[in-house]
Design a protein around this ligand. Structure first.
Ligand SMILES: [Zn+2]
Length: 270
């Protein structure tokens, strides 16, 4: 993962996706925005209690440094589901200037249309970006522990295969900054949900020094899901940046006790 300084903003990009000049992608961070207090400063989330006008200015600034118009962005109303929406020009701009027009009840976006930044927003949950350079299809996915157990990422890969004829072996994937295996404590409830969903906790839940607590490895869980679909290991880049350890750079819901902003991850075919 590489950091690009752009007129006051800090944009992050995956090294593997950056090799494809026909696409653009980004992961935003806290730097360079207008929001104050717990939302400082480049909060992209309308739904978190921040001032809407500030959020709009933040999004406009982000679009500007990416060389895009804000109405090229499509946002979804994320609900920790495994619902995936195929985005075409009709949906371009949905949710870009207000929350009410975001694609409802959706946690993954897929498109082969050009010039649409399909975007997800997170604070500790995992943003994942996918690109099929053969069929020229992109996807963005939001997966926290719930979305991970519901296999939102695999649902997105299946949607790419089903709708656009993608071969999983062609997919280039980036697993973004999010709560890492250094910090992501969970309890018995998540353990039982993990067993219900996956049949076991192997390689996903790690030992925790305290009783009845575990570490949920969101990065590895999503890496395994990609591998299981047939995405080659060498095509998968894990940013390896923990949002809770780096809450000064990325928003962390855990670190800020739930009152915080959202950073965004988006991908677009130029
Ligand atoms: Zn950490």
């Amino acid at each position: 993962m590489e950091k690009a300084q752009k007129v006051g903003l800090e944009i992050y990009r995956f090294s593997n996706l950056s090799r494809y000049l026909e696409i653009d992608h980004f992961i935003s961070s806290r730097a360079g925005g207008y929001s104050k207090g717990p939302f400082q400063s480049l909060n992209t989330g309308f739904h978190v209690g921040d001032n809407d006008w500030m959020v709009l200015q933040n999004r406009k600034k982000l679009a500007q440094v990416l060389g895009a118009e804000l109405d090229q962005f499509t946002f979804c109303n994320q609900t920790h589901s495994c619902n995936i929406a195929v985005i075409d020009n009709f949906w371009k701009g949905s949710g870009s200037t207000d929350f009410s027009t975001a694609i409802p009840n959706t946690d993954g976006l897929v498109t082969n249309n050009r010039k649409i930044f399909i975007t997800v927003q997170v604070a500790d949950c995992v943003p994942i970006l996918l690109y099929d350079p053969v069929k020229r299809v992109v996807a963005s996915v939001h997966a926290g522990w719930k979305g991970t157990l519901r296999k939102a990422l695999q649902a997105a890969v299946r949607q790419m295969m089903h709708t656009f004829g993608t071969n999983a072996s062609d997919i280039i994937a980036g697993i973004g900054p999010s709560n890492g295996p250094c910090c992501y404590e969970v309890g018995e409830d998540v353990k039982s949900e993990t067993i219900k969903s996956l049949g076991n906790t192997n390689q996903i839940l790690k030992e925790h020094p305290e009783k009845n607590k575990y570490i949920f490895d969101q990065w590895h869980a999503n890496f395994l899901q990609l591998k299981e679909c047939g995405v080659p290991e060498g095509n998968i880049e894990i940013a390896g940046i923990c949002s809770q350890c780096h809450s000064d750079t990325f928003y962390s819901s855990r670190f800020d006790n739930g009152i915080t902003g959202r950073y965004a991850a988006g991908i677009m075919i130029r």
